[in-house]
Design a binder for this molecule. Structure first.
Ligand SMILES: Nc1ncnc2c1ncn2[C@@H]1O[C@H](COP(=O)(O)OP(=O)(O)O)[C@@H](O)[C@H]1O
Ligand SMILES: N[C@@H](CCOP(=O)(O)O)C(=O)O
Length: 340
């Protein structure tokens, strides 16, 4: 097959933050959150030009080693050819190394943007292939599934190939995040996990993970029981003792709280009257923690009209904007269903 032609027009892609694991669903569950990175990509005559605002503006590389660019390159290889040049403008709001899926967001943004600038991109790189490629680059499928699909996702791998189903989280659930100032890289937090776990712990997690599907989609009153974990959170405590302490204090007070992804952010899932709940949670957390209420994202990665605005913030929730839905120039960019 001949390589793709490329559109001259720029494309804008918006990708949500995500919280993985949700307690018992290690490397499986993901929840898309209403906090977004935006990227505008244009195929150019030559070279690579990267502009970054917000998170990582002072630290991220501006060359081929940039994660989003590497992900675009991988997608272009699958699509059948590389463009001569690229201009990339990033507005980053998802904090890095906090357990809110920033690396997955960068990977998904790159792959979705590459598909959108290539003519016939959706046929050459379908939704299942998109998930597969994103998961391969990230190394685990939970965040990328939530980032691509939005909502509440359950991901798994079949003979090394990532698959996922998307579910609709109950609309009454409101995520509240506590984002520590200092990052813990996912690689570091994964390095703390044991190679083997007691059978009794694995069995306990299996039951709670199954319960979480019912709790998060239909019966949020079960969320406290359904978010109990024995497979990763305590093992990671040495890298994030204050976060574990907050999780334990919130849970002791009846609040379903977990370590978000590989941490150190703490995620609490409230139900019902959100304003009251957030106040209660913030009170239990104490003054040293800032409680940030987020929306649930249901759209997932989207190609948006170029006119979509939103300035990049510099902290966890600054600059948060609601997506206007998958109504971009090439239609919905991200997958909207299941990949099985
Ligand atoms: N928007 C981005 N653009 C480029 N690289 C990014 C971006 N977001 C994250 N990264 C890379 O991913 C790293 C963080 O990934 P990781 O440790 O998995 O934490 P997180 O929980 O935020 O995904 C950053 O240090 C950076 O190297
Ligand atoms: N299942 C992974 C999730 C990592 O999420 P991140 O947002 O911290 O990158 C893990 O627990 O390692």
């Amino acid at each position: 097959m001949a390589g793709p032609a490329f559109r001259a027009a720029a494309v804008r892609v918006r990708v949500p933050a995500s919280s993985a694991n949700l307690g018992p669903g290690f490397d499986a569950f993901g929840l898309a959150l209403g906090l977004y990175d935006d990227v505008v990509v244009r195929v150019a005559e030559s070279g690579l030009d990267i502009d970054i605002a917000g998170e990582g503006a002072d630290t991220l590389p501006r060359d081929e080693s940039h994660l989003l660019v590497r992900s675009m390159r991988a997608a272009f290889d699958v699509l059948g050819g590389q463009p001569r040049g690229l201009e990339v403008v990033c507005a980053n709001r998802i904090p890095h190394g906090r357990g809110l899926g920033s690396s997955s967001a960068a990977i998904c943004a790159g792959i979705v943007a590459a598909r959108a600038v290539a003519t016939g991109g959706a046929e050459r790189l379908d939704d299942a292939a998109l998930l597969e490629l994103a998961s391969e680059i990230e190394g685990h499928p939970d965040n990328v599934a939530a980032c691509l699909y939005g909502g509440f996702t359950l991901a798994w791998t079949d003979a090394g190939v990532a698959r996922a189903v998307r579910m609709e989280p109950a609309a009454s659930v409101v995520p509240v995040v506590f984002v520590p100032a200092r990052p813990v890289l996912t690689e570091t937090a994964r390095g703390l996990l044991p190679r083997q776990v007691p059978h009794v712990d694995a069995a306990a997690n299996a039951g709670r993970a199954a319960l979480l599907v019912e709790a998060l989609t239909r019966r949020p009153e079960l969320l406290l029981a359904a978010t109990e974990d024995r497979l990763h959170q305590e093992y990671r405590a040495p890298a994030m003792p204050e976060s574990l302490n907050l999780v334990n204090r919130l849970r002791a007070d009846g609040v379903p709280a977990v370590i978000s992804g590989a941490g150190p952010t703490v995620l609490a899932l409230t139900d019902g009257d959100a304003a009251d709940q957030v106040e209660k949670i913030a009170h239990v957390a104490g003054e040293e923690w800032a409680a940030n209420r987020l929306a649930l994202d249901t759209a997932g990665a989207s190609v948006l009209p170029l006119s979509t605005t939103g300035t990049a913030g510099t902290s966890g929730t600054a600059g948060t904007t609601e997506p206007s839905g998958p109504t971009g120039q090439t239609g919905s960019a991200g997958p909207t269903g299941t990949s099985q």
